[in-house]
Design a protein around this ligand. Structure first.
Ligand SMILES: C[S@@+](CC[C@H](N)C(=O)[O-])C[C@H]1O[C@@H](n2cnc3c(N)ncnc32)[C@H](O)[C@@H]1O
Length: 258
């Protein structure tokens, strides 16, 4: 197996427009984290699951970076919402996070969530995991939460979920890759990402995904008229994300002129 290319410190911008940026970089790199505009509008991320992806059958994919359980992803994401004690850095106050593959009790403290809920992505077909096991996973948890910067506001109940957000907590969207994976073993459906982004942002908001993978979060953001900022450590994935974001911008621009 070849050694993966290591991104430079601070990352390398592979694509940039007036509304999007795709960085080949390590999201644990302080310089990469600090380059993201302050008070951005949504953290929407699908970190590696710490399960050392292995389908049990031969696939076109190699192992996933950071998937060996050695990374404390809750602590990494805590830096992305802004280090404890800072009010102005990172995600804006009282804005939302979505984290795939993790449950609220794992993230409530580190991400300073005032309120949180577990959503379920129903993949409508068997997803990743060891394919020789009798029960193939067909769903995935998603933590939804409201990031509240001040401990005193959290103590007062700031960010508590309101009835206004009352939608079904099971989101059914077919997994894109079933049987014939084309982009990434963990690729998320763009319509699923669009539902999350639409619920939690308005046009022009900045959507951030520090583990962009094949870029579905950023593509959904662009198609919805949001700004998009992504980081991906695997160069081939990052290149693919850059191409998809650029293509999505062309689609969004053509829709504007229709
Ligand atoms: C679960 S996948 C994301 C899939 C993505 N949501 C999609 O729709 O394609 C996690 C991604 O995080 C990337 N990754 C792992 N460690 C990273 C790091 N330290 N910095 C940035 N990206 C990282 C992996 O290369 C992988 O592509």
């Amino acid at each position: 197996m070849s050694t993966p290319e290591v991104p430079p410190v601070g990352g390398e911008v592979l694509y940039e427009s007036s509304t999007s940026r795709v960085v080949w970089g390590d999201c644990r790199d302080t310089e990469v984290i600090r380059s993201v505009p302050d008070r951005y509008g949504l953290l929407c991320v699908d970190p590696p699951y710490g399960v050392a992806y292995d389908s049990g059958r031969s696939t076109t994919f190699t192992e996933i970076e950071g998937d060996d359980g050695s990374v404390d992803w809750a602590s990494v994401l805590a830096e992305w919402v802004g280090p404890d004690g800072t009010q102005s850095r990172g995600l804006a106050d009282a804005r939302h996070v979505y984290v795939f593959g993790y449950r609220p009790d794992e993230l409530q403290g580190p991400l300073r969530l005032g309120g949180s809920a577990e959503l379920i992505w129903d993949k409508q077909k068997t997803g990743m995991g060891n394919l020789v096991h009798p029960w193939g996973p067909a769903h995935e948890p998603i933590t939804f939460g409201v990031h509240v910067k001040r401990p005193s506001d959290r103590a007062k109940g700031g960010g508590r979920l309101s009835a206004r957000l009352r939608r079904g907590s099971v989101l059914s969207y077919p997994r894109p890759n079933g049987g014939s994976a084309v982009r990434h073993p963990n690729e998320k459906p763009v319509p699923l990402m669009a539902e999350l982004i639409e619920s939690s942002t308005v046009r022009g908001d900045l959507v951030v995904d520090p583990c962009a993978g094949s870029g579905s979060t950023l593509v959904a953001a662009v198609l919805l008229g949001r700004r998009a900022w992504g980081v991906e450590i695997d160069r081939a994935n990052a290149v693919q994300t850059a191409e998809r974001v650029q293509a999505a911008e062309a689609v969004a621009a053509s829709q504007m002129t229709c």
